[in-house]
Design a protein around this ligand. Structure first.
Ligand code: ADP
Ligand code: MG
Length: 684
């Protein structure tokens, strides 16, 4: 049997000549993977152009040039600290090649004709080229790379090592079938995949933008087709129709006492249609904090119970699970159980029995809900709250307690459209754009840390009026110890000013202490809560009307918006004070001003995405779309939307990818390792 032509690309780097374990490990470190393909996808950040060929007289300081010269003489250093100087000429003037480490006497004897390339500098009136990057005999110009890629490197790894590994890696590229639409390629004037890769990685000229776009589009299309394939499979898999008589829902609504907002009604209708259809639901319910997702989720869960099944809601933390449990228990006519790591012994055993024999029909909990030991008699609906940190595969697993389980994911993080297309591409989306009535917008203002004394006066007045205050301090992993110290110091000063009513909560505390403080804040005994971002996704205290955020410039916009959502939950006027460093750059000021001027979470998310890249939304520092190596979310946003449509049309015409282009696209999927999609296609 022929060897699979892709195998050499997925082999370890060390299968390349000249790449041993040491160099292999260094390349793997910068390329993010230890296979040949990882190196091929480690694209240069820029290029050095050595095609400038001035005479010595014409060469301008600061310029990178290639000179054709003849060696006039060698000047050895007078002492240890002096460099070697090689005086050269081309007839128009003289230049000195300067070497602090020199072992090239034999390569450049007097009279030798050379091509030298490097940066020209002016030193004491003389033209010098300190440490030329290339010195080759004039009669062997092919040894001098005229255009040199600049890869991201690491200590101990040299460009020529990468370059030589790349040349071999490129030689392993098989001849690929073209997976893109011919008309598209003509229109965009894109080269083929392998040609684009060669043009970028082993360039003979500074590569044009089309090469990079072509590869970005390859990656984006692979992603979009893969998501569409998985999505199509999930949809096609028979689910079951869940319908109900509204008996439980009607009771819940009457206990609730409010009418649903237009957004809630709309979202519920979309969910009901999914539930009623005999295919599986995979829906994302997006809405700001306070937009009323919980009620929508409860009504969906009750529908599952009305239909005779079970429903489970998973929260990311124990605090949130308990909070949901309280809310749901208050409104639900059907008893709601709770399962967290803290439920142990007989209580746990009894609950697990109830889930297995169906006596328990509604349950809230942490990820404990989906552990292997937990069996359900008939889990019809799984609601997953705030799981924006999960990837596609993880979400599929969570729904896996039953092949037929409908899945509703709720998130308060307004996800920018671009990210929705990629990271959540397998889901349908409902958005709660409208807030329940009676809310007042939170008045947001910016303050420099220098004005802290005035600000403290204002906070004192608010406390006197009976308000409760959140005081949020930043906490990031890289500076955790410092940040915690700062938070504790702030707590100490505030406690000195305001006394016992000041509490402190952060993630490094003993959970018992922290939960007690949060409970005291909820009960009103604690009136000013100094907290790191632990409050970000938890605690619902409608009486809290003031939020102070220190070093707001260090937070992402979406995160600030979410924090701000913690206040303004009751009818009283609420305030959000963003404290920033006295000196903040324009970009930071723009971001904070945007937050001051709008309350639209979706707008903020799209803007944040544009300003900082997508990484932040996922709680990581790195920017860019997670999992993308060739495409850049901001630069290639247009291409992403194009790929999204392209994938839909392709699969619409050729769902099994059986046509000539379809088969080529299968190669693309393998190249970008879309395993789930490949499995799905193989399963027919
Ligand atoms: P989310 O989960 O989206 O953050 P919640 O479901 O916790 O929001 O709702 C926030 C608050 O708004 C709760 O106190 C809830 O009772 C209330 N609420 C939800 N829907 C409505 C509505 N249609 N009318 C009035 N109040 C509502
Ligand atoms: Mg919520």
């Amino acid at each position: 049997m022929d060897q699979d032509p892709l195998t050499p690309l997925f082999s370890p780097l060390t299968t390349l000549r000249g790449v041993g374990p040491t160099v292999g490990a260094l390349i793997a470190k910068v390329a993010g993977g230890e296979r040949v393909i990882d190196l091929l996808f480690h694209l240069p950040e820029s290029y050095v152009d050595r095609r400038q060929r001035p005479t010595i007289a014409e060469a301008r300081p600061g310029q990178i040039v290639t000179l054709a010269v003849e060696v006039v003489r060698l000047e050895p250093p007078a002492n240890e600290r002096q460099p070697w100087r090689v005086v050269v000429t081309d007839g128009t003037g003289f230049a000195e090649l300067v070497f602090f480490k020199f072992n090239r006497e034999r390569q450049m004897p007097q009279g030798a004709k050379l091509l030298v390339s490097g940066k020209i500098e002016l030193f004491g009136g003389r033209r010098t080229m300190p440490h030329p990057e290339h010195v080759v005999p004039a009669d062997r110009p092919q040894l001098l790379p005229l255009v040199e890629p600049v890869w991201k490197l690491t200590g101990g790894l040299w460009p020529r090592q990468v370059a030589s590994a790349i040349v071999q890696a490129l030689a392993r590229l098989p001849s690929f079938p073209e997976w893109h639409d011919a008309a598209l390629l003509r229109r965009e004037k894109w080269p083929g995949f392998a040609d684009a890769l060669r043009a970028l990685q082993a360039p003979s000229a500074v590569p044009g933008g089309a090469n990079r776009c072509r590869l970005a589009y390859d990656e984006l299309l692979a992603d979009q087709v893969a998501l569409a394939v998985v999505r199509g499979r999930l949809r096609a898999r028979p689910g079951r129709g869940l319908s109900g008589d509204d008996s439980l829902r009607a009771k819940a609504l009457s206990r609730f006492g409010y009418t649903l907002t237009g957004s809630q009604t709309q979202a519920l209708a979309e969910i009901d249609a999914d539930l009623a259809a005999d295919r599986r639901m995979l829906r994302l319910l997006q809405g700001d904090v306070g937009s009323g997702k919980t009620m929508v989720a409860l009504l969906a869960m009750l529908r599952a119970v009305e239909a005779g099944g079970q429903a489970a809601m998973m929260a990311p933390t124990e605090v949130l699970a308990k909070q949901h449990h309280r809310t749901l228990s208050r409104l639900s006519p059907e008893p709601v159980a709770i399962l967290t790591g803290g439920v142990k012994g007989r209580a746990r055993a009894q609950l697990l029995r109830g889930l297995k024999d169906g006596a328990v029909r509604m349950v809230v909990g942490t990820h404990a809900l989906f552990q292997e030991s937990v069996e359900y008699r008939d889990l019809a609906l799984a609601v997953i709250d705030e799981q924006h940190r999960f990837g596609v595969d993880q979400r599929l697993l969570l729904g896996g307690k039953g092949e037929l389980t409908d899945v509703l994911v709720m998130t308060a993080t307004p996800i920018p459209r671009t990210l929705l297309l990629t990271q959540w591409g397998e889901m349908d989306v409902s958005r709660l754009t409208e807030k329940p009535p009676g809310r007042q917008p939170v008045r947001t203002s910016l303050h420099s840390l220098g004005t802290l004394p005035d600000l403290l006066d204002a906070v004192a007045r608010k406390l006197d009026e009976g308000a409760q205050v959140y005081w949020v301090c930043p906490l990031v992993a890289e500076s955790e110890a410092l940040d915690l110290a700062a938070a504790e110091e702030r707590f100490a000063t505030l406690r000195e000013l305001f006394g016992e009513v000041v509490g402190l909560a952060h993630g490094r505390q003993d959970a018992v202490v922290r939960d007690a403080t949060l409970a005291a804040f909820a009960a009103g005994g604690c009136r000013l809560l100094v907290a790191t971002t632990v409050v970000e996704v938890g605690v619902d205290v409608p009486q809290a009307t003031v939020m102070v955020i220190e070093h707001a410039e260090r937070f992402g916009l979406a995160q600030l918006h979410q924090l701000r959502g913690r206040v303004g939950r009751g009818a009283a006027a609420s305030f959000c004070l963003l404290l920033h460093e006295e000196w903040v750059n324009d970009a930071a000021r723009r971001r904070l001003s945007l937050l001051r001027d709008t309350d639209d979470g979706f707008l903020i998310a799209d803007e944040d995405f544009r300003l900082r890249g997508g990484g932040d939304i996922l709680g990581t520092k790195q920017s860019g779309l997670p999992g993308f190596r060739l495409a850049d979310p901001i630069e290639h946003e247009g291409l992403l939307h194009m790929a999204n449509r392209d994938a839909a049309v392709l699969l619409g015409n050729d769902p099994k990818l059986a046509s000539e282009r379809g088969r080529a696209v299968r190669v693309l999927l393998r190249l970008f390792e879309k395993a789930a999609a490949m499995r799905t296609l193989a399963a027919g």
